[in-house]
Design a binder for this molecule. Structure first.
Ligand code: SAH
Length: 248
């Protein structure tokens, strides 16, 4: 009887120990279910828009990255409850972190391979850059608003993406010293495709960029540089982005 109680006590203790050792992991992954729900919503939206975008199913690696990158670390504290909602959110200075579906679609269109060099224009919160880095791309990102550049740098470092190379300045001119790039992603709407960015794209490279009128009609474009250096442009989807600013 005594031995039995002792055994019972031992297993109770073991159970408590197991529970305690599991707690930090459970607390850390408090957002895992929200992320899974977000990924399901992205998949549904991709299916709904598939006829237009030509991408009814996004790349499995991109979807896995969306399910793993901690988006809640990139939104301002007062927006944290909406971090995994499929919608854009304010990040201060009149700017927004893009809707998760748009982040996933733009990333998918870049067709990144691990080790590719990718340039982002518009670091903002750093979230899109984190998704690119998560896919194993050598990621470079330029932000024009110094306070956002600092916030993006902090978010990226704290979320474990300190390897992303960042620069403050006008991304219209690209990053010539780091060029050429396999892919370029512009996360603010331009009135035209910036020629310096086309120039900094490798032959065979891809650029995704919203082009149109500030806050009005904009289209997401996929610009592909052919091996002979000529450029093919395809309209993907009507979108709404904050404008690309700067003196260019
Ligand atoms: N990719 C960001 C989205 C930020 S919104 C994210 O994941 O959070 C677009 C960003 O582009 C804003 O931060 C804005 O300040 C920046 N931007 C606008 N014009 C720019 C320019 N000419 N060069 C670099 N960044 C620019």
């Amino acid at each position: 009887m005594g031995a039995c109680t002792k055994r019972g006590l031992t297993s109770l203790l073991a159970a408590i120990l197991l529970l305690v050792s599991c707690l930090p992991a459970a607390a850390q992954d408090a957002y895992a279910e929200a992320r899974r729900r977000m990924v399901r919503e992205i998949a549904e939206m991709a299916a709904q828009t598939g006829a237009e975008t030509g991408r009814p199913r996004l790349d499995a690696r991109v979807m896995a990255a969306m399910g793993e990158v901690p988006r809640h670390r990139f939104v301002p504290p007062r927006e944290i409850g909406l971090a995994y909602a499929n919608r854009p959110l304010p990040i201060g200075h009149g700017q927004t972190i893009s809707q998760p579906y748009i982040v996933a679609l733009m990333t998918d269109l870049l067709r990144l391979k691990p080790g590719d060099r990718v340039l982002e224009i518009g670091t903002g919160s750093g979230y899109q850059a984190a998704v690119l880095a998560h896919l194993g791309a050598h990621t470079f990102s330029i932000e024009i608003i110094p306070a956002l550049a600092a916030q993006g740098r902090k978010n990226l470092a704290e979320a474990g993406y300190g390897q992303v190379r960042l620069r403050t300045g006008d991304g219209y001119y690209g990053w010539p010293e780091a060029a050429p790039f396999d892919a370029i992603i512009v996360t603010a709407a331009a009135s035209h495709v910036p020629p310096p960015l086309v120039q900094q794209l490798k032959p065979g490279g891809r650029m995704v960029i919203p082009v149109g009128t500030a806050f009005l009609t904009q289209h997401l474009l996929l610009v592909e540089k052919q091996p002979d250096g000529s450029v093919n442009t395809r309209q993907i989807l009507p979108v709404r982005f904050v404008p690309l600013t700067g003196g260019h």
